[in-house]
Design a protein around this ligand. Structure first.
Ligand code: NFE
Ligand code: MG
Length: 571
């Protein structure tokens, strides 16, 4: 057995350590550890619930809207606050564009280089690259001149001995399969996506003041609409929004989606690797009438799939969510073996591991700062794949069309979705659906505004005098990385209890009391190759396919700011 430690996993948000045991070119066992502790749930206690969104939003700088929205919903649920439709639709647009931007950044900047060899792109013929790109898409930038220019930029990086943002890749690894032209095309789009994402996310600055960390408001949005105003959302700013939405859709349709399918076609063996946990959970998202309480209005449905069975979607019930800590550096008052529902959840940090720098955490009973959320006592994968599977199995027409297109192009059946490649393809499919749907939501908002319905905020229950002495609420969100839940208790106008169960906590969860592994661990143990333990490219492929965010997942700071930066391989 060869023991391999990858710490930190790069091109993610936060601090993630992966340990595996491998034999004969396959991974036999895996442990996922989040190595940094924070404390957001604790610092919310005693605060005004109307401020909670701004604190929880700082959990993460990547999904910079999602905790704010989940928090607003939790407080609105507790206090019986309704959001006016125009305010709700603005939230849908803000969250929708967030997800589209986040998924595209993930593909090009966090994940593509697991599949795309930057150094090989130097060998590409720019004319042939232009022909390849033209065969895939009508995107106007795909000319020989353009690819020559990108290749020259890359050459100057390499000639200077500084690959810059492309330093430290496993270039030349035999698991890279793309021809040089496909590599050059993808690198060009990597660079182009940097400009694109900056432009389209300006939607947040118009609707919510800034990005990252746009402004939200319990009871609606702090965005006044007056078509004739100058400091409000007006006809001119709406037309800018419309342009951003079009730009978002065109890039996704003509660049991201064709690139993804083209790259995937060279890696079809990854449709049989890295599935792992066979259970999938989606909470539903994107209220099309602006009312998050209206399950019927959700563009993407909620539901749960067990054992890879796409014939049955079980309704989601938040009461069935519980968190274990038997393998996590926390205590529960009732001991280590129980699972607690988040409404009575406890955050009592208690580090019991060895003094860093660690040799191995495997073999320790507790090995991570992640708790282990379970649904009906089962580990669950959450995220775009879970959402696309739940939607597909529920007969959601748009999803069936787009996922069907991908399966047809790759000539694989739906079972191929339960894999590393399936996870990455599902994220692209979801991006395409949302990028197209943004226009529908924009039109719904404009129709409302034209009819004179411009209220974005409800003041009715703003004052604490109107609140009950005690209240309890649950807010959910179909966040970019998956199902997110916030649970709040309010007493005499103040927060007395707050818990977040977050997408990356689900996916990076450790073993539970039954010994069941979390999704990252299970995926690495599912028919998983590791050709060269010194260059663990395959581990990156599968872990990145989940789009990990440790900041979200632990949401709870290492006071000593420890840094652990080696990749260690022990024979
Ligand atoms: Ni920090 Fe976040 C949340 C996670 S969702 S990225 O919630 O996990 O995109
Ligand atoms: Mg939590």
């Amino acid at each position: 057995m060869t023991k391999v430690v990858v710490d930190p996993i790069t091109r993610i948000e936060g601090h993630l350590r992966i340990e595996v045991e491998a034999d004969g070119g396959r991974i036999k066992n895996a442990w996922a550890s989040s190595t940094q502790f924070r404390g957001i749930e604790i610092i919310l206690e005693g605060r005004d619930p109307r401020d909670a969104w701004a604190f929880t939003q700082r959990i993460c700088g990547v999904c910079t809207t999602v905790h704010a929205l989940a928090s607003c919903r939790a407080v609105e649920d507790a206090l019986g606050i309704d959001v006016p439709p125009a305010g709700g639709l603005i939230r849908t647009l803000v969250h929708g564009m967030q997800t589209v931007q986040d998924h595209v950044i993930h593909f090009y900047h966090l994940h593509a280089l697991d599949w795309v060899d930057v150094v090989s792109a130097l060998k590409a013929d720019p004319g042939a690259t232009a022909n390849l790109a033209a065969s895939l898409s009508p995107w106007p930038n795909n000319s020989k001149t353009y690819f020559t220019e990108v290749q020259n930029r890359l050459k100057s990086f390499v000639d200077s001995g500084q690959l810059g943002i492309f330093a430290n890749g496993y270039w030349g690894h035999p698991a890279y399969k793309l021809p040089p032209e496909a590599n050059l095309m993808a690198v060009a789009h990597y660079l182009e996506a940097l400009d694109w994402q900056r432009d389209v996310i300006r939607l947040h600055t118009i609707f919510a003041g800034k990005n990252p960390h746009p402004n939200f408001l319990v009871g609606g949005m702090a965005s006044a609409i007056n078509l004739d105003g100058t400091a409000t959302i007006n006809a001119e700013s709406l037309s800018k929004i419309r342009d951003m939405i079009t730009r978002a859709r065109l890039f996704v349709e003509q660049v991201y989606w064709p690139d993804l399918l083209a790259v995937a076609s060279f890696y079809k063996d990854w449709a049989k690797i890295g599935g792992g946990v066979p259970n999938y959970l989606a909470v539903g998202e994107y209220p099309e009438n602006g009312n998050w309480r209206d399950a019927e209005s959700m563009y993407l449905p909620s539901g749960v799939i067990f054992d890879n069975d796409l014939s049955t979607v079980v309704p989601y019930d938040q009461e069935k969510v519980k968190e274990y800590i038997n393998a996590s550096w926390y205590d529960y008052k009732e001991g280590d073996k129980v699972a607690l529902h988040p409404s009575v959840g406890e955050t009592i940090p208690h580090y019991t591991g060895p003094e860093p720098p660690w040799t191995y955490l495997q073999g320790e009973e507790k090995y991570t700062w992640m708790k282990a959320p379970r649904y009906d006592d089962k580990p669950m994968e959450v995220g775009p794949l879970a959402r696309m599977l739940v939607a597909y199995a529920s007969g959601h027409a748009d999803t069936k069309e787009v996922v069907g297109e991908a399966l047809g192009r790759l000539q694989v059946g739906p079972a191929a979705l339960f894999s590393t490649l399936g996870r990455t393809a599902a994220r692209g499919a979801e991006t395409l659906l949302l990028a197209r749907r943004l226009e529908t939501w924009y039109d719904a908002l404009v129709t409302r505004i034209k009819s004179g319905d411009t209220a974005t905020f409800s003041q009715k229950r703003w004052s604490p005098d109107t609140w009950p002495a005690s209240a309890e609420g649950y807010g959910f969100l179909g966040a970019a990385r998956g199902a997110l839940g916030h649970w709040v208790k309010i007493q005499d106008g103040k927060i007395v209890h707050y818990q977040c169960v977050v997408p990356s906590t689900w996916n990076c969860s450790p073993r539970d009391v039954h010994g069941a592994t979390g999704p990252y661990e299970a995926a690495l143990m599912d028919n998983h190759p590791l050709a060269d333990p010194k260059r663990p490219l395959e581990i990156l492929r599968t872990i990145h396919s989940f789009d990990p965010c440790m900041a979200c997942g632990v949401h709870v700071l290492d006071a000593q700011g420890r840094e652990v930066t080696q990749v260690r391989v022990k024979g």
